[in-house]
Design a protein around this ligand. Structure first.
Ligand code: HSE
Length: 312
């Protein structure tokens, strides 16, 4: 196998929804993330050779694994029967609301596209990675895979036809991710959501979403803070997350600009304008959680504006 037949990439964790943007807004973070190696082979099939760091929980069957499904979707679109081997090193928790299945899907199609001479733009890869999400969560949502691939903040303007828009901002925010030691499957966190939204709440949520996007573009911290409020999904999902109220209150008391559920939870993200405030918030949240006997892991990171990185 020559060097041009194999590629290893870092595929980042992502925060979907970003409070008021259910299924249509997400951002990528610098850490954690998964390492995905994709190789072209002389065979005709797609194989997941190994997965490390998942405690044996993820399927090696490519038709059931987000990375395998996404790669198969890409090859089908090209109508080629190219053999592909995938190796995954998971460096983020599963069922955490940090876009674990999306990282596998996005990283593998990104690397395969490069190895095949880039028949697709990065944005055109999103629908293939969404097929990986469909097999894991039952819905082909794009608010994790689009920011994982494209980096930064991404809006899903439309699913049909697909229209993914990078928000023109490079605002240097710090992001604290708190992951309680409990697993929530996206499938289940979606089942509990009510189908209908009262008009008043819709008006409030769309106002917040507009304010958040303008705040990001203008780099207006105050506008981001008062707009990143979810009046529809958060109240329904918060009871699934141990210590949610305490963690959220502590984040705000420690200077967070905003705080909400990351994706379908249980992880909670909070945003800060400086690193020191984020570090203090993390310490205070650890103290509060220890007092309330809630086990957590913390990731202190930044917004990732580069998306997937190729390891040389
Ligand atoms: N938008 C999806 C949801 C993201 O909230 O169900 C899941 O990571």
């Amino acid at each position: 196998m020559s060097a041009k037949d194999v590629m290893t990439v870092f595929s980042p964790a992502t925060v979907a929804n970003v409070g008021c943007g259910f299924d249509i807004l997400g951002f990528a973070v610098e850490q954690p993330g998964d390492e995905i190696t994709v190789s072209l082979t002389n065979r005709k099939d797609v194989r997941i050779l190994s997965i490390a760091g998942d405690d044996g929980k993820l399927p090696l069957d490519p038709s059931k694994n987000s990375a395998g499904v996404s790669v198969i979707a890409l090859l089908q679109k090209l109508k080629v029967s190219q053999g592909v081997d995938i190796t995954i090193v998971k460096k983020m928790p599963l069922g955490s609301g940090l876009g674990s299945s999306a990282a596998g899907a996005a990283g593998s199609v990104f690397a395969l596209n490069k190895l095949l001479g880039e028949p697709f733009t990065t944005q055109e890869l999103v629908p293939f990675a969404m097929e990986g999400e469909r097999v894991c969560s039952g819905t082909a949502h794009a608010d994790n895979v689009a920011p994982a691939l494209m980096g930064g903040f991404v809006t899903v303007r439309s699913y049909d036809p697909p229209d993914f828009i990078s928000i023109p901002t490079k605002i240097p925010l710090f992001c604290l991710l708190v992951k309680p030691h409990t697993e929530i499957l996206t499938k289940n966190a979606r089942k509990i959501l009510q189908d209908n939204v009262p008009l008043k709440k819709l008006v409030c949520q769309t106002g917040n979403l507009a304010g958040l996007i303008i705040g990001l573009i203008r780099e207006d911290i105050s506008l981001i803070g008062r707009s990143l409020v979810d009046v529809i999904i958060e109240p329904q999902r918060a009871p699934l997350i141990p210590g949610y109220e305490s963690i959220r209150n502590t984040a705000y008391d420690s200077g967070a600009i905003a705080c909400s559920i990351s994706g379908s939870g249980p992880s909670i993200f909070s945003l800060y304008s400086d690193n020191r405030k984020m570090e203090i918030a993390a310490e205070k949240i650890k103290e509060v959680c220890s007092r309330e006997h809630i086990s957590i892991d913390c990731f202190l990171t930044k917004i990732n504006y580069s998306g997937i990185q190729i390891y040389e």
